[in-house]
Design a protein around this ligand. Structure first.
Ligand SMILES: NC(=O)c1ccc[n+]([C@@H]2O[C@H](COP(=O)([O-])OP(=O)(O)OC[C@H]3O[C@@H](n4cnc5c(N)ncnc54)[C@H](OP(=O)(O)O)[C@@H]3O)[C@@H](O)[C@H]2O)c1
Length: 240
């Protein structure tokens, strides 16, 4: 049985990835930070259908000791990992005059540092199964987004790591990125109809994306044997 490990897997896009692979019969390891109840409910619902196939692990990706703890917990669940999805992310604006070191630590921690050290700690398990890593980035990087310089730097770093490690970890491990476009409103933000319509007007495929659009792209990459070092934009053509 194959095993997928999804960071930030309790809600939203991470949850959709977990659910798709669980329904395809994979073992799923669901990482969460604050969303304990959501992670437990998701694992319970999967285990009800398929006993002992879903596991949960908590940790703050900003903190090196917690990343180490995640890696040793995962050691206890499985000897091999087929697919690591670096999905967890902190996202908020940082206008230049408001930037503090704390913002830097938070946005770089979950979006860049945590993913890198998770890959380092889990690579032998991925090697053992000729596995894949998929880093979730952001399609807007290519345009430049005002007020998001730290988040953008972190995601751009994650894309750079994707390409470098695709070479370094080949041929055993494939490393790719998926760059979502406008999929969901940020957590705790509600767009007005007007804001939503403006976004939709900028998308050639004429709709917002969904969690499932990203999960399906992950599944496509997971089954591909000859793609590595690529960033696949799943954005309805918005970046064209
Ligand atoms: N939503 C979009 O439209 C969109 C657009 C472009 C790119 N993306 C990318 O797609 C991915 C998923 O998007 P999303 O909107 O579903 O993500 P999200 O809801 O904003 O975040 C996913 C999870 O990341 C976890 N997380 C945040 N900071 C963490 C930390 N320091 N340590 C550990 N976990 C942490 C949280 O887990 P807990 O809840 O357990 O704390 C959260 O539920 C992200 O990488 C995002 O950047 C999304």
């Amino acid at each position: 049985m194959k095993t997928i490990f999804v960071t930030g897997g309790a809600k939203r896009i991470g949850k959709a990835i977990v659910e798709l692979f669980a329904s395809d019969g994979w073992n799923v390891i669901i990482h969460y930070n604050n969303s304990k109840a959501d992670a437990e409910a998701l694992a319970d619902s999967i285990n009800l259908k398929n006993a002992d196939t879903a596991f949960i692990v908590q940790g703050d990706l900003d903190k090196a000791n917690e990343v180490d703890n995640i890696i040793s917990k995962v050691d206890g669940f499985t000897e091999t990992i087929d697919l690591l999805i670096n999905n967890a992310s902190t996202f908020y604006p940082t206008p230049i005059d408001d930037i503090s070191e704390d913002h830097w630590e938070k946005l770089i921690g979950s979006n860049l540092k945590g993913p890198l050290f998770l890959i380092q700690g889990l690579k032998e398990k991925l090697k053992a199964s000729n596995g894949s890593i998929i880093n979730i980035t952001d399609t807007n990087l290519t345009k430049g987004v005002a007020n998001y310089s730290i988040y953008s730097a972190a995601k751009a770093g994650l894309e750079a790591i994707t390409k470098g490690l695709a070479r370094e970890l080949a041929p055993e491990i494939k490393v790719n990125a998926i760059a979502p476009g406008a999929m969901l409103e940020p957590p705790d933000v509600t767009w007005t109809e007007d804001q939503k319509n403006k976004i939709i007007e900028s998308i050639p495929l004429n709709r917002m994306g969904s969690e499932q659009d990203i999960a399906e792209a992950v599944k496509f990459l997971a089954h591909s044997e000859y793609i590595t070092g690529q960033v696949i934009k799943v954005d309805g053509g918005r970046s064209l």
